[in-house]
Design a protein around this ligand. Sequence first.
Ligand SMILES: C[S@@+](CC[C@H](N)C(=O)[O-])C[C@H]1O[C@@H](n2cnc3c(N)ncnc32)[C@H](O)[C@@H]1O
Length: 217
Amino acid sequence: MERPSIRSYQLRGARMTKAQRQAIEDHAEQFLIENPTSFHPHQLFPAMGEVVVEIGSGMGEATAEIANTFPEKGFLAIEVHRPGIGSLILRAIALELGNLKMINDDCHLILNLIEDDSVDTFHIFFPDPWPKTKHKKRRLVNDDLSRVLSTKLRIGGELRIATDWQDYAVQIRRVLDSNSQFRGGIVERPSWRPLTKFESQGIDKRHLVTDFLYTKI
Ligand SMILES: C[S@@+](CC[C@H](N)C(=O)[O-])C[C@H]1O[C@@H](n2cnc3c(N)ncnc32)[C@H](O)[C@@H]1O
């Protein structure tokens, strides 16, 4: 997969707080995979039985909490926005996480580097909704991404998605239901998925949150 000409993220510049910049400078070696080449996720976490790959970890609030809840799993966060990486490193240090790594790039490029049939779980929580009709083509979860995710998951591997945009939920369901490698649909909110600031703002605006779970068959 090439870097798509239509971006699924907003170009916000990379203005970082001093603490975020310092965190990257001081701890990149421990947490950040720079210039990655082809890899199997288990190579990154040789001691872990399972590896979760998250796409779009944002400021890392949920990512860090989930990694803290499951110390026996490895977590690889892919996020294009560099300040978000700095923020996640700060959280990882505060929680003394030893099971988290990050890549700062567009997931479309990084997914190319992951071996087929190798990912245990993908998380995509609250992908940018791109609500305007003229922007809907920028939505991350589309047929192309669905194909790549099902190729990278191992048989029995899981894809979890949450969105607070009903219209995007309809699109997600249509896209994943039409991929013959996936079985699944809407599920209850998993108890381990923390309520982030971002999600509570949506709920305050009366957005309904939909959680999906699909398994590769
Ligand atoms: C709305 S935020 C949600 C962040 C986080 N998952 C949460 O629940 O708070 C979506 C994130 O996905 C990231 N993103 C969008 N497209 C991406 C891509 N192609 N590759 C990597 N990250 C992407 C954005 O930069 C943004 O941080």
